[in-house]
Write a protein that binds this ligand. Sequence first.
Ligand code: 8YV
Length: 325
Amino acid sequence: MKKQVVLYKKLSPALMTRLQQHCDVTLIESLDADGLMKLRDALPGAYGLLGASLKLDAALLDLAPQLQAIASVSVGVDNYDIDYLTRRKILLSNTPDVLTETTADTGFALILATARRVVELANMVRSGQWHRNIGPAHFGTDVHGKTLGIIGMGRIGEALAQRGHFGFGMPVLYHSQSRKPAVEARFDAQYRSLEALLQEADFICLTLPLTAQTEGLIGAEQFALMRPESIFINISRGKVVDEAALIDALHHQRIRAAGLDVFEREPLNHDSPLLQLNNVVATPHMGSATHETREAMARCAVENLLAALAGEKPANLVNPVAWQG
Ligand code: 8YV
């Protein structure tokens, strides 16, 4: 008998076929109120879940007594109560490697767009305001040769360092829980305390996961250490930053600008003060959002789920303690 699987993220036809060869699949088309009701109704029969961008807390998963595996189409796992899942021996998998390069590309897109004021100046052209050669009032700031500071040296941080070092001749500073000798050797990267990195770097990039330890890591005290010409980039999670402190720092020009792909609450409200500031480039959590990478992530998630439901160890198991193989 095929096991029941509930999807709350649509798959391509090829991946849907792959999954349906082995499972009975219920697709929740959207995560609006109606979709969430359908999800709740489907949970009692579910052996597997696949999706992303939805907090699956204990209250919801208590409705799924047969659940064996959750395959997240994401590298971040802050939407899951890992202790709860482990206690229930529910295998949680994610999709780490396939999105690394694309997400690092997004990080550099924000570095360049923010430093060179691309969005602001492109909008000026589009709105018919380009009447003469631009002058100092519209100049941006260079990226090449500037100091790149990376907070969180995991796969994405390393890919960002690669781009900065080899692509733009940037000295690389990093802060992480542990020293990374291979990164230091490969990119001539130098370890710094968080405080020292904030004081020294021209570009300060967050590439670390949201955990109980990192939530609110960058607040008023940290923004006060940054230099007025520094640029803040966040491609990790919005809640790593005290957003009110960020707005205050930008508003009082304690930092030059910010490139943000993630926010405390998503989607970002249209009336957010961040959107009133010309020195903010805000993008809609598009870090991994290319056709190629999202298909690769979904493929990875499907294979993780099929492995788990077949009693095999998924390739990208987040909570190996839950594995009873
Ligand atoms: C998207 C991400 O949230 O992978 C993550 O953790 O933040 C992004 O890739 C995810 O891909 C949603 O499908």
